[in-house]
Design a protein around this ligand. Structure first.
Ligand code: TEU
Ligand code: CA
Length: 627
């Protein structure tokens, strides 16, 4: 659709030349060359330019953000306290990972009361104040909605498990046991747990002598969405928060809510193991569209809000498009897993797949990203853009090189990519500082995630051996406390308090105070800030525009062009390797406006040739001047 013929058609129609001069003015000291005070508006007015498309969403993992009452855990007031920091970065929407009352088996993704705040995090009044303070700054709040399952401590489940005749029995998924030759109860099928691949997803309940289904951990019992009362209860939760002023939801594993009701055995893919991955039987299940359609009609359509659904275990483009299609879809956006799983391989031991560190190169990155850009642009959907969240390793460690030599370059390279793609941008706390994975030297005792403990149960020796894999892939990598300054505990909590999870040892160097100082003009934070401004001021191309690859076979460099309706083009050139690389520039008379090396723009401008030499992890952004 946005092929070369289309560009030819629109070439010359751009008439905003005065901006070029502005953008050419480099930041003389640091040579980052990315200024952003111009008031430029480009592109035709889109009828479908909803607020959440241009919004920058910032994900907060509450336990690790900012502790204001000195208990070693972050809290709601800690978020409120940092709103100016977020506003300065260019954040429009805060997405809070779960803050509801919870036994915290899975850090809040196991909810015991959807209408109460986990007391150590604060109160509903604190949330009201947060919403108010966000509003004063023109910002919004998005909550995490976890309704595929509840905590096993939720009153609904306590009732459900109390007897077979309890009115809430059918709110969860109960099945009779199978019996082995000795007459012992066995799970109804061979499905395994997602966060404990060696175990059955069916948990035997002594009281009623039946099994309940829990896809993730035994303490996260799956709700039975087949029951209309369950659905009504969920819609009631949605209304409760929307009426309080929340602007939408990130919906946890929302594509798992409809299960194949015949609960068939899964195919054996991990030989010799009793329990097998079975997500194909409940990811995008038979009634998913019906349930989401009902949710949309009953609740979502009645509010101006945004939704993003987390959708793991699905690989079919059409399935994604049906969910997010702008006209007939159910949610505004989805999170797919293809990019974050770029290095995942299937192992033949439970746990191996999740912790595998396979090889990948720039062609994989190019294939995945361009595929998703195309799917949504051509198919009438809308992308979500993310490289990090609380389930993933830090992006600079994952996709670049987090050594002291290259950490800042890599973090900025990723920022250049994320801020110039089509979709809504999601930044994860600390990503804007270039925070990295936990040190390799840390022992297994520093990892707090139930997934790690489930993976190698009671096997310290195995866990020690797995240290390298954990350091690469464990979810804990993204969960260390925010590094606010160089004081002990990184300013997350006072020195005398023990944080719930150890602060990364690099906090004296990698921290917000050091990076937000006005004189730290070339910090990762300030680079992100300038790029976010650039993205917003040039939303016609950088948010809403078309996408096309350039130099598709380059073995090192990922490069593409974004095109606004006006014909204005932005070119992004990213060396995703640790060695030098070359890139042949199209003869478009490009004006270079941003780069992650201090002298990058000088070099490329004085190059005098169309062959651009890039250093390790070097990235450049250019704009095509108007004809
Ligand atoms: O994650 C869903 C999910 O599929 C993850 O288990 C993912 O596969 C894994 O982390 C590797 O990427 C969501 C939440 O984001 C996660 O924190 C929860 O543990 C999970 O749901 C259960 O609620
Ligand atoms: Ca606290």
């Amino acid at each position: 659709m946005w092929g070369r013929s289309r560009w030819a058609e629109t070439r010359g129609s751009c008439c905003l030349c005065r901006v070029d001069q502005f953008l050419m003015l480099k930041h003389s000291r640091v040579g980052i060359g990315l200024l952003g005070a111009s008031k430029m508006s480009v592109g035709k007015s889109h009828t479908d330019r909803q607020w959440w498309k241009e919004a920058v969403v910032y994900q907060i993992y509450p336990a690790s953000f900012n502790d204001t009452n000195n208990d070693g855990r972050g809290d709601v007031n800690g978020v409120t306290e940092k709103l100016d920091y977020l506003k300065d970065l260019g954040v429009d929407v805060v997405w809070l990972s779960p803050i509801y009352d919870s036994p915290q088996v899975d850090n809040g993704y196991d909810i015991a009361d959807y209408k109460k705040i986990y007391p150590p995090y604060g109160t509903l009044e604190d949330v009201d104040r947060l919403i108010q303070e966000l509003g004063r700054r023109g910002m919004k709040l998005v909550m995490d909605l976890v309704v595929n399952h509840t905590s096993d401590q939720h009153p609904w489940f306590l009732e459900s498990r109390s007897s077979k005749s309890n009115p809430k029995r059918d709110w969860y998924i109960w099945r009779k046991p199978k019996y082995d030759v000795e007459g012992k109860p066995r799970p109804p099928n061979n499905w395994n747990q997602i966060l404990g691949e060696a175990h059955s997803a069916w948990i035997f309940d002594e009281t009623t002598q039946e099994y309940y289904f829990a896809a993730f951990t035994p303490q996260q019992s799956d709700l039975n969405w087949e029951n209309p009362d369950v659905r009504a209860a969920v819609y009631d939760i949605l209304r409760f928060w929307l009426d309080r002023g929340v602007a939408g939801f990130r919906m946890d594993v929302i594509n798992l809510i409809s299960k194949d009701q015949s609960f068939p055995d899964a195919e054996v893919v991990i030989p010799g193991q009793p329990y097998q991955p079975a997500t194909q039987h409940f990811a995008n299940g038979p009634r998913l569209h019906e349930f989401l359609g009902e949710m949309r009609r009953e609740v979502l359509d009645k509010y101006d809000q945004m939704t993003v659904g987390e959708m793991p275990f699905i690989y079919d483009d059409k399935e994604f498009l049906k969910i997010v299609h702008q006209k007939d879809g159910f949610l505004n956006m989805v999170f797919h897993f293809e990019l974050v799983d770029i290095d995942s391989e299937r192992g033949d031991v439970p746990g191996d797949a999740r912790m595998s560190v396979g090889n990948w190169d720039v062609s994989d990155l190019r294939r995945i990203i361009s595929r998703w850009q195309r799917i949504m642009i051509d198919g009438g959907g809308w992308n979500s853009l993310y490289c990090e969240n609380h389930d993933q390793p830090r992006s600079v460690s994952h996709y670049c090189d987090d050594s002291d030599e290259y950490r800042e370059y890599g973090s900025k390279l990723l920022a250049m990519m994320e801020t110039t793609l089509s979709g809504t941008l999601f930044v994860y706390q600390g990503e804007e500082l270039g925070m990295r994975n936990v040190p390799l030297a840390w022992g297994p005792e520093e990892y707090k995630d139930i997934e790690v403990n489930e993976m190698y149960p009671n096997d310290q020796e195995k866990l020690q051996k797995a240290r390298r894999a954990l350091r690469a892939k464990a979810r804990d990598n993204g969960r260390t406390p925010m590094q606010w300054d160089s004081s002990p505990n990184g300013g997350f909590c006072p020195e005398e308090v023990t944080p719930w999870m150890r602060v990364n040892d690099d906090y004296p160097v990698v921290n917000a105070a050091a990076q937000t100082k006005p004189e730290a003009t070339s910090s990762v934070y300030h680079f992100w800030q300038r790029l976010v401004t650039l993205r917003k001021e040039n939303a016609g191309a950088l948010v809403h525009g078309g996408f096309e690859l350039i130099d598709e076979t380059n073995p090192d460099v990922f490069s593409y062009v974004r095109v606004a309706d006006s014909g204005e083009k932005w070119v992004v050139v990213l060396n995703f390797t640790g060695h030098s690389a070359t890139w042949e520039s199209p003869k478009w008379g490009l004006q270079w406006v941003a780069g992650n090396y201090a002298d990058g723009l000088d070099k490329v401008q004085s190059g005098g040739t169309d062959l651009v030499h890039l250093r390790p992890w070097e990235g450049l952004i250019a704009r095509q001047p108007c004809n």
